[in-house]
Design a protein around this ligand. Structure first.
Ligand code: FE
Length: 367
């Protein structure tokens, strides 16, 4: 009977509201909390998705999933931090089944806070390279990457030679003093990169490298990746770091100032002769308190399908995570994104090194 009340409540709500109220509505009816969020019946053809992605192309991806499986998607959109805060606030009452976030550092952080549920999937084991996922435990894998982005160097060809910025290590060379611009060192994009550099170089050399970056700064870290590219184009800096999709977005822009920005800079995929360019992920995880676990796993497996991969990656000018799917993106190709060597350090190490790297940043004064 309680379920009937709940269903009547939810049926009257809009799609997005429904995800919010599926568990919360009965609170107003003062029913016992333990009764509110009983595991959904297997026949419930519903999936509650919390997404930090806001791309129009995703709509086709979701609609196609619903059409082929009959599973309706209720979506809650928020930014990464908002989603994590919401999951924590909702606790066991959370209606969330699948969480979409960007960056391994954010995934690792949410995972460390116990917000994800490990799953086992032979489909995902086969489709997604193991370095693009959380480190597996006997219970399964918590988060999985479904698209990748490389963290590349942008430089001013009038002031810097390509050979001087061919590796991440060279960014700490005193030769580049007063030339480097980055966003905050603590931003997840940089934390993830730094965590893998420290993994490769070891703690001592890794921290010395971070100190070298600080010594080469043209200004205090500020702004986002696009701001760094624009700062190189304007001459404020000569070298910067950006995720590939920001550069691709500017390359595709119809705004004259953004087009001219990319004409003034060059892009380098670092470490092509050694460890490969650092790649990060946008990915998904099943929520710790998911009520529709089977649907959630089915959705995760769908994200690895060639059809969904096309939308998932292209929606944000990213690369597919599934091996063997070719990119079809002129801007990424123009940068050399169709044939670069990617780092293969498991992104699970980001979780392992994150706290250590943050402490190093504090010690070397990387704002
Ligand atoms: Fe971004």
């Amino acid at each position: 009977m309680m379920r009937i009340i709940l269903n009547k409540q939810t049926m009257a709500m809009t799609t997005v509201q429904k995800a919010t109220f599926e568990c919360l509505a009965p609170v107003a009816l003062t029913l016992g909390a333990t009764l509110l969020c009983l595991p959904a019946q297997a026949q419930d053809k519903v999936l509650n998705l919390y997404s930090a992605r806001h791309y129009q192309t995703d709509e086709v991806m979701y609609d196609t999933f619903t059409r082929t499986t009959g599973i309706k998607i209720n979506r809650v959109d928020a930014d990464d931090a908002g989603i994590v805060a919401r999951l924590k606030a909702e606790g066991a009452a959370s209606p969330a089944d699948v969480i979409l976030l960007v960056d391994a550092a954010r995934m690792a952080s949410a995972d460390a806070q116990g917000l994800f549920r490990p799953i086992k999937s032979a489909v995902l084991d086969k489709a997604i390279p193991s370095n693009l996922k959380a480190t597996p435990t006997p219970d399964g894998v918590t988060w999985t990457g479904f698209s990748t982005r490389a963290r590349v160097v942008v430089y001013d060809p009038l002031r810097v030679k390509a050979a001087d910025v061919a590796t991440y290590e060279q960014l700490a060379d005193p030769k580049l003093k007063g030339m480097l611009c980055t966003r905050s060192g603590s931003h997840p994009y940089n934390l993830s990169l730094f965590a893998t550099v420290v993994e490769r170089l070891g703690d001592e050399k890794g921290e010395a490298w971070l100190k070298g970056l600080v010594a080469n700064m043209a200004r205090q870290p500020k702004g986002g990746d696009t701001d760094q590219i624009k700062a190189v184009a304007s001459g404020e800096c000569a070298v910067a770091l950006t995720n590939t999709y920001y550069a691709a977005r500017l390359l595709k822009s119809s705004k004259p100032d953004e087009k001219s920005t990319m004409e003034k800079v060059r892009v380098v995929f670092p470490n092509q002769g050694t460890s490969g360019a650092h790649v990060n992920i946008a990915g998904a995880a099943v929520a710790r308190h998911a009520k529709h676990v089977e649907n959630a796993v089915q959705f995760m497996e769908y994200l690895a399908s060639p059809f969904a991969q096309d939308y998932f990656a292209n929606g944000n000018n990213e690369f597919p995570a599934v091996v063997g799917i070719k990119i079809d993106n002129a801007a990424l190709k123009a940068m050399g994104g169709d044939a670069f060597k990617a780092e293969n350090i498991p992104l699970g190490v980001v979780a392992k090194n994150m706290t250590k790297v943050q402490q190093m940043l504090d010690r070397v004064g990387y704002k």
